[in-house]
Design a protein around this ligand. Structure first.
Ligand code: FES
Length: 166
């Protein structure tokens, strides 16, 4: 993503942040929507748009598990593995989803590049355990194994989102 595009996104919200460095996160999240992950060029562009070095920007990006420094699938399915979900079958759910996508037990990206599966900690939907989140948008649960199959089919049959928010 270009410096100009990132500036166009963060300029209208600059006044909401007391410190300039606080703009790095929204800038990174936006820069990531183009490809679904952050490239070296994206980190440099965010640095230039926010006034920080690419190395500093990378140190911020590497701290957060929803900022990706490696390619991801078009859609990211995050399976909660924290206590409430674990007690209601999250391990089985994760294993089922990974197996279906041909992935190792702890997730990864499907061979066709459509789906990334990852473990995450509590999504704040404990009363709907076990649950998953699709990209950064939608949390679903309680999810049976059949529901998970239907969800993956639904994601595969839907077009690539214009922006990859995650
Ligand atoms: S433990 Fe899974 S949403 Fe809270």
């Amino acid at each position: 993503m270009t410096v100009e595009e990132i500036r166009a996104h963060i300029d209208p919200i600059r006044h909401e942040f007391a410190e300039a460095r606080s703009l790095i996160l929204p800038a990174l999240k936006f820069a990531q929507t183009e490809k679904g992950h952050l490239t070296r060029e994206d980190l440099e562009a965010v640095g230039e748009a926010t006034g920080f070095s690419a190395a500093y920007v990378e140190s911020v990006a590497s701290f957060y598990d929803r900022l990706y420094l490696r390619p991801t699938g078009e859609r990211v399915v995050s399976v909660c593995v924290t206590l409430s979900c674990m007690l209601r079958g999250a391990d089985e759910l994760l294993e089922h989803v990974c197996e279906r996508e041909g992935l190792p037990h702890d997730g990864g990206t499907s061979e066709d590049g459509r789906i990334t599966v990852q473990e995450v900690q509590c999504l704040g939907y404990c009363d709907r355990a076990p649950c998953v989140q699709v990209d950064a948008e939608e949390t679903r649960g309680p999810l049976s194994l059949d529901d998970a199959d239907a969800l993956l089919e639904e994601l595969r049959s839907s077009p690539r989102p214009e922006r990859l928010w995650r």
